[in-house]
Ligand binder design. Structure first.
Ligand code: PHE
Length: 356
């Protein structure tokens, strides 16, 4: 028995891993282990012998089991120590620099505008920035000789040699989307189209690329009054204050009658404040959609009528956030964006101030 103890207790204490330990367990106290076999022999012993050998064998079995458990725990502890050593983390290390971005004012304002018009039932429509001559001009009642073409001088795509069709253009306004969505969806319809537009212009208040949002509402009895209400509702929501509007008779080939719309503001102290004062600032063009334009969009002008407007997104972004120079606006300097309070994940909402 001492021999067995000597053989196993030491081996168990030195077992290198769980597998070796299991092997030892089977060899000693498993069904066919040496200790188990010895226990089976108890039956053949005389009662006197058994009285000595029985308790001794039981004690040995317990001793071996205890040793097995102890070694198992020791092995697990060692494994954990090893892991902790390799997975050690120095929380005092300086962190890696993270890229920091901000939402651009144009993106933010586009979201704000979209949310406000969505509340009034306008869906968002989109169209291509490289547009055909037809959609950008002719369908909007701007024929080849029309002076509006010169006003909206833009960038022309090259045609192949000997191809005399009019070149595609970078769209000069979002109005071509009016035609595209009339064709696609018919009447009634209520859409806005925010997007990039292009004109060959560059100075302090003009950039060759800028952003507009087009609005179009067509139904059986839409009037100028609806146009005025929708715009005043929009400005009030967008600027967060009551904003008076002024409609000035104007001319666009694609609307009749047409109106340019100014909003009330003050220029006192060198800054523009919307919704107060006695000055006016022009922000958009609008009018009742011209019958020829409805026809170009395959809508019957004897049955349907509606209003359209086009507004500069950059313009109203500058007005709301007090940004003075359009060119600085597009350089996207981070210090500058932060100065005006544009932060990453600053998600615009119509419901600011409402506690949840
Ligand atoms: N497309 C015009 C522009 O770019 C704006 C406008 C749109 C005017 C719709 C009237 C109706 O200046």
């Amino acid at each position: 028995m001492d021999e067995l103890r000597g053989k196993y207790i030491e081996a168990i204490a030195e077992a290198a891993d769980e597998a070796a330990l299991e092997e030892l367990r089977l060899a000693a106290v498993g069904k066919k282990g040496e200790v188990s076999l010895k226990m089976r022999e108890l039956g053949k012993m005389s009662p006197e012998e058994r009285q000595v050998a029985g308790p001794a064998l039981n004690a040995l079995k317990d001793e071996i089991n205890t040793a097995l458990t102890a070694r198992k725990v020791a092995l697990a502890d060692a494994a954990l120590d090893e892991r902790l050593k390799t997975e050690w983390l120095d929380v005092t290390l300086p962190s890696r620099p993270r890229r920091q971005g901000t939402i651009h004012p144009v993106s933010q304002v586009t979201e704000e505008v979209t949310a406000i018009f969505a509340d009034m039932g306008f869906a968002v429509a989109e169209g291509p920035q490289i547009e055909t001559d037809w959609y950008n001009f002719d369908a909007l009642n701007i024929p080849g000789h029309h002076p509006a073409r010169a006003e909206m001088d833009t960038f022309y795509m090259a045609r192949g040699e000997g191809d005399n069709r009019p070149p595609h253009v970078l769209r000069t306004h979002t109005s071509p989307v009016q035609i595209r969505s009339m064709e696609a969806g018919g009447a009634p319809t209520r859409i806005i189209c925010p997007g990039r537009v292009y004109r060959a212009d560059y100075d302090q208040t003009h950039t060759p690329m800028f952003h507009q949002v087009e609005g179009l509402a067509i139904d059986r009895d839409i009037s100028m009054a609806n146009l005025k209400w929708v715009l005043e509702e929009f400005f009030t929501a967008y600027f967060g204050t009551n904003v008076k509007t002024r409609f000035r008779a104007s001319h666009f080939p694609f609307t009749e009658p047409s109106a340019e719309v100014d909003i009330q503001c003050s220029f006192e102290g060198g800054t523009v404040k919307v919704g107060e004062g006695d000055d006016w600032l022009e922000v958009l063009g609008s009018g009742m959609v011209h019958p020829d334009v409805l026809r170009a969009g395959k809508i019957d002008p004897d049955e349907w009528q509606g209003f359209a407007f086009g507004m500069g997104i950059d313009r109203i972004a500058m007005l709301k956030y007090g940004i003075p120079d359009l060119r600085a606006f597009f350089e996207s300097d981070l210090r500058w964006l932060r100065h005006y309070g544009f932060a990453a994940l600053d998600v615009p909402t119509l419901h600011a101030g409402v506690s949840r």
